[in-house]
Ligand binder design. Structure first.
Ligand SMILES: [Zn+2]
Length: 190
């Protein structure tokens, strides 16, 4: 029995994406309702933060979006800065942007363009507009699900590969806990 548990725990450890998904949505990754739920949440989140409608997002350039995001940030006292001095951090940690809440600055990676630049800008805008009381899991879920490219998301749902999205989120959130010297509640295995 003990051996079986050990094995099960090992398996669980290998799939943090499933635990995170269940923790946030209450649904397992292989639940057939998950795709629909995420598409719905994506719409709700985009509306909640007043993000661009789908057509506009698809057709306007990253530069146009940048200008718009900069304006939105300005309204809440934030600045958007090129992340020159942060570029090493961006590359090492494979992140695209970082928000400094204390100084009210959003630093953006300079090596991103096209769709990834759009995603990066919207992701950080969501973080700036979120309440600080929301747990990190909810914050990242909103920022990732609200900004993921719609056709890529539809493809992931068709192919059953939503785990990729939750894997990225799990890695990001794990780092957050690690920096605080803690372990995520969904990452604790008996
Ligand atoms: Zn984030």
């Amino acid at each position: 029995m003990r051996e079986v548990n050990k094995f099960e725990n090992k398996i669980k450890k290998m799939y943090p994406s499933n635990r995170l998904c269940e923790y946030i949505t209450g649904l397992r990754l292989d639940d057939s309702r998950l795709g629909e739920r995420i598409m719905e949440d994506r719409n709700i989140i985009r509306e909640r933060y007043g993000l661009w409608p789908e057509e506009k997002l698809k057709n306007e350039s990253p530069a146009e979006l940048e200008k718009w995001v900069e304006g939105r940030l300005k309204k809440v006292g934030y600045r958007l800065r090129p992340g020159l001095e942060r570029q090493k951090y961006f590359d090492e940690n494979d992140v695209m942007a970082v928000t400094n809440i204390e100084n009210k600055v959003v630093y953006q990676s300079l090596r991103k363009d096209g769709d990834s630049k759009k995603i990066m800008l919207e992701h950080e805008l969501i973080h700036v507009l979120q309440g600080e009381n929301t747990p990190i899991e909810g914050r990242e879920y909103e920022a990732y699900i609200g900004t993921v490219n719609k056709s890529i998301l539809e493809e992931m749902i068709r192919e059953g590969s939503l785990n990729i999205l939750f894997m990225i989120m799990a890695r990001n959130i794990r780092n957050y806990y690690k920096e605080a010297g803690e372990v995520a509640p969904w990452d604790k295995i008996e």
